[in-house]
Design a protein around this ligand. Structure first.
Ligand SMILES: *Cc1c(COP(=O)(O)O)cnc(C)c1O
Length: 387
C-alpha cells in the first residue's frame, strides 16, 4: 500500500497535477493575508462579500447563543430546527417555487437529487463541462449518462431523439463553473419539453448573481417555468454554507423521502442557516452589490481582452485564462502570488486535459484600483507563460 501511495503521488507530481492547500490567514475577502503578505484575492466565490459581512456574522453569533452550535441529528430524526424551516421558506419565496429543501452542500444536493430523479434504465443528458458533482450524482443514479459537447444543441437533440428511455433527465449548469459562460437555457428547455425530458438546473454560480432580483439564470433569461427543478448553493454568492433544491411540492417530498445525502447526514448547524437567512435579506435589499459585481467582472474581462488575452466565452464573474500545460499554470499562480495577486490554477480533472487555466473570479467588493492593477499583473505573467 505505502509503495503505491508514493508511486501515485510521484505520478501526480511529474504530470504537474499534485495539489496542495493555500492558507488564508484571516477571513475571506477581496484582499487576504497569505504567507504573511496581503494579496488581492481573485479566486473566491464569495461574489457579494457576504462571507465576512458584519450583519451576517452578528446573525450567526446570535443563532449560536439561541440554538447552540450543532443540529445534533439528521433532518428526519431530531435535527430539524425552526431555522431550517425558516430558511427553506425564504428560499421557496426567493425562487418563486412551491417548495425548497436544504442540503448540506451543492455536492450533497447533486449526489442526492440526481439518484432521486433517475435510476437504472433511465437516460440522463448533460453538457461535457458539467460540474463534477453532477457527474458524481449521475454515476450514483446508475442511469445511462449521455454527454454532449459544450453548448451543442444539435448534439443534445440527436441524443434525445435516439433515446428510448421512459424517463429522461436533462441536467445543465446555469453558469459554467470553469468557463463562466451562460447555458442556452431557452433552447435546452425547448428540447427537454419537445422530447418529454425533465430539466434540472444547477444554478450554483448564478444564484444571488444573475437576474434582476438575483434569482438566477431563469430570471436572467426571462423564463418562469415551474417544471424546471432548480438547485442552488449557499456557499457562493450567499457567503455561507449549504445548498438547496427548489421545485414543485410533490417533487420536493419525493427528494426528502429518497435522497440519501439528505437522509443520512447531520443537518446544517443553526448558525449557518441564520447566516444564509441574513444573506438573503441582503441579496434582496441591496441590488447594488450585483451591479457592482457585474461591473467589476466587465472591468477585468474587457481589460484582459483589450490586452490581447482570450477569456473564452465568459460573460460573467468567472473569467478563464487558459494556459494549457498544468505545470506552467501552477507557475503562473506562483508568480502572481509573488506579485500580490492570488489566482488559483485549475487543472485536470477539474477541466479537460490541455486546458489548465487561471480561473479568475471577481466580487462586488474589489476596488477599481486593485482590479486595474491586477489586470496589469495578470497580463505581465500571461506574457511570460502563455505560448
Ligand atoms: C460549486 C458547485 C457545486 C457544489 O456546491 P458546494 O455548495 O460548494 O458543494 C455544485 N455545482 C456547481 C455547478 C458548482 O459550481
Amino acid at each position: 500500500m505505502e509503495d503505491s501511495i508514493e508511486k501515485r503521488l510521484t505520478g501526480l507530481k511529474t504530470r504537474g497535477l499534485k495539489r496542495s492547500l493555500t492558507v488564508l490567514e484571516g477571513p475571506q475577502g477581496p484582499r487576504a493575508r497569505i504567507n504573511g503578505k496581503e494579496v488581492v484575492v481573485l479566486c473566491s466565490n464569495d461574489y457579494l462579500g457576504l462571507a465576512n459581512h458584519p450583519v451576517v456574522k452578528e446573525a450567526a453569533a446570535r443563532a449560536i447563543g439561541d440554538h447552540g452550535t450543532g443540529a445534533g441529528a439528521s433532518r428526519l430524526v431530531a435535527g430539524t430546527m425552526e431555522l431550517h424551516i425558516e430558511l427553506e421558506d425564504r428560499l421557496r419565496v426567493f425562487k418563486n417555487t412551491e417548495a425548497a429543501l436544504l442540503f448540506n452542500s451543492g455536492w450533497h444536493a447533486n449526489t442526492g437529487c440526481i439518484p432521486a430523479l433517475a435510476s437504472r434504465g433511465d437516460d440522463i443528458f448533460c453538457d461535457k463541462l458539467s460540474h463534477a458533482s453532477i457527474i458524481d450524482g449521475c454515476i450514483l443514479s446508475r442511469a445511462n449518462l449521455k454527454r454532449y459537447p459544450h453548448g451543442d444543441m444539435n448534439a443534445l437533440e440527436g441524443l434525445l431523439k435516439r433515446s428510448r428511455a421512459s424517463r429522461k433527465l436533462v441536467i445543465t449548469d446555469g453558469v459554467f463553473s470553469m468557463d463562466g459562460d451562460i447555458a442556452p437555457l431557452d433552447d435546452i428547455l425547448g428540447l427537454a419539453e419537445r422530447y418529454g425530458a425533465t430539466l434540472l438546473l444547477d444554478d450554483a454560480h448564478a444564484t444571488g448573481v444573475l437576474g434582476r432580483n438575483g434569482r438566477g439564470t431563469l430570471e436572467h433569461i426571462g423564463i418562469d417555468n415551474p417544471s424546471v427543478i432548480q438547485l442552488g448553493t449557499l456557499g457562493k454568492a450567499f457567503g455561507s454554507y449549504g445548498a438547496f433544491v427548489a421545485g414543485g411540492r410533490r417533487l420536493i417530498e419525493l427528494v426528502l423521502n429518497t435522497a440519501r445525502s439528505f437522509i443520512y447526514s447531520t443537518a446544517l448547524p443553526p448558525a449557518v442557516c441564520a447566516a444564509s437567512i441574513k444573506a438573503i435579506d441582503i441579496v434582496e435589499g441591496e441590488p447594488e452589490r450585483r451591479e457592482r459585481l457585474l461591473r467589476n467582472a466587465s472591468l477585468v474581462r474587457d481589460g484582459l481582452k483589450k490586452r490581447g488575452l482570450d477569456t473564452l466565452c465568459s460573460t460573467t464573474q468567472i473569467i478563464p485564462l487558459v494556459v494549457g500545460d498544468a505545470a506552467r499554470t501552477m507557475e503562473a499562480t506562483r508568480r502572481l502570488l509573488d506579485r500580490g495577486v492570488f489566482v488559483q490554477g485549475i487543472r485536470p480533472p477539474t477541466v479537460p486535459q490541455g486546458t489548465s487555466r487561471l480561473r479568475i473570479t471577481v466580487t462586488s467588493e474589489h476596488s477599481t484600483d486593485d482590479l486595474e492593477r491586477a489586470v496589469e499583473t495578470i497580463t505581465e505573467v500571461a506574457g511570460e507563460l502563455i505560448p
